[in-house]
Design a protein around this ligand. Structure first.
Ligand SMILES: [Zn+2]
Length: 431
């Protein structure tokens, strides 16, 4: 066991060296300092990603860039002690800010989650978790062929009562991590790598207090929930699932559904001076979309209205050509069953366009916990695809208003508070 770990660590150190040559020779001497056995158990900090996932960029205070210390986990996070052939690991309390930074330094845009999964596997195994990696296949539309995973961590042979979950992937583009005294900035700090760090810290505190806790980190949430769908085939018997998304540390009472509709109009090309010879697909599509914008959409008391966005329109060639093709992509955030909304959209398109529903994530009501502030998540999550993992709750630090933007950030204080909240909610659920 320990031999296998060391072998893997050696390989990873070699990859670090490869990277250090690209960054600057000053790093290489440090990476080649021989490591004692204890320190070689230290979780690997990913340095290299191949394929279309462009390498993560470091953007940190100059002293830490100049002297990366591959041993610091071993000295500050953990200490492995050998007792007559077996390895026991004593973990000191986890620093969620450091873990957030390390996760954000690994680019893991959707389809490119492999290195983040490898890092978490090593990190969690090094802290005494039994870790399982499950492959998540690349879909045909992915330009990347690299392996990617779901990562589950639990205690060997133990059924967890409660599992924390969130996603390892982020939206593009990659934005390097940076920080100041109060905030962390960059892609994934709130959606959802800070959440991963908070969940690991909370799970470790709960584990130490005797609770049976698991951790599930999936790939693909930002595109099609591919990882969650795979994870749902091998649940671990948990009674509760606390899913993490940025909810400003408030428990979500509900999560809006997402109905994606693709409208396609067809026509006949002609010279625009002779409209009687053609049939404009663009004109038909515009007519459909005007009806779509005027549709009354369901409103749910206490939750709010359904909302609709026409996000993309394509069609036509030039002002003097009658277009034979046009299409639009529409997304409705639902607060009811999607059936009446589908019917309205189909009615609006009748005779003018074809409608395809390419995604239909249901609206969900979620469980509240006494004494905690609440909110309604206007976005959708992996929760509808994790139905076999227990009763779902939704909670996480950070604001959805800055997620998916160049201004993504997370207050360090809020991250620490989220660790305490996760612990509190888990204890209330399991009391
Ligand atoms: Zn997210």
């Amino acid at each position: 066991m320990i031999g296998a770990r060391n072998e893997r660590q050696s390989f990873r150190i070699a990859r670090c060296f490869h990277h250090s040559l690209q960054v600057g020779a000053r790093h290489s001497t440090l990476y080649f300092t021989p490591l004692p056995a204890v320190e070689r158990l230290a979780p690997y900090r990913s340095k290299s990603i191949k394929g279309s996932c462009f390498h993560q960029v470091k953007n940190r205070p100059s002293e830490s860039l100049a002297f990366p210390n591959p041993n610091r986990h071993a000295t500050e996070y953990q200490r492995a002690v050998r007792y007559s052939g077996s390895t026991m690991i004593e973990s000191s309390p986890l620093d969620p800010i450091r873990l957030t930074r390390e996760l954000c330094e690994i680019e893991s845009t959707t389809y490119c989650e492999g290195a983040a999964g490898d890092f978490l596997e090593g990190f969690l195994a090094g802290r005494g978790w039994a870790v399982e990696k499950t492959p998540v296949p690349q879909p045909p539309e992915s330009a990347d062929s690299g392996a990617r995973w779901n990562v589950y961590a639990g205690i060997e042979g133990q059924t967890p009562d409660l599992v924390f979950s969130t996603h390892m992937d982020t939206v593009p583009p990659y934005i390097p991590f940076s920080e100041d005294a109060d905030f962390m900035y960059g892609r994934g700090v709130s959606d959802a790598k800070g959440i991963i760090a908070a969940q690991v810290a909370a799970a470790e505190a709960l584990r130490a207090a005797g609770f049976r806790i698991g951790l599930l980190f999936v790939s693909g949430e930002e595109r099609d929930s591919a990882g969650a769908k795979i994870a749902n085939d091998s649940p671990k018997g948990s009674r509760f699932l606390i899913n993490g998304e940025p909810t400003d540390n408030r428990l979500a009472l509900a999560s809006k559904g997402a109905l994606r509709a693709s409208f396609k109009s067809r026509g006949k090309m002609a010279h625009s001076a002779y409209p009687e010879l053609g049939d404009s697909a663009v004109h038909k599509l515009v007519e459909v979309l005007a009806k779509v914008l005027a549709l009354p959409l369901p409103v749910l008391e206490g939750i709010g209205p359904s909302t609709l966005n026409i996000g993309q329109i394509h069609g036509g060639y030039a002002p003097n050509v009658i277009a034979d093709k046009a299409e639009a992509q529409v997304l409705v955030r639902t607060v009811t069953d999607s059936a009446p909304v589908r019917a309205s959209l189909q009615k609006a398109a009748a005779g003018l366009a074809e409608v395809d529903f390419t995604l239909d994530t249901p609206f969900l009501r979620l469980r509240a916990v006494a004494g905690l502030p609440t909110m309604v998540a206007k976005f959708s999550t992996d929760i509808p695809y994790l139905t076999n993992w227990g009763e779902p709750l939704l909670l996480g630090p950070g604001s959805i208003h800055v997620a998916h933007t160049p201004f993504e950030k997370l207050a360090k204080k809020e991250l620490h508070e989220s660790v305490e909240l996760y612990i509190q909610v888990a204890k209330q659920l399991l009391a």
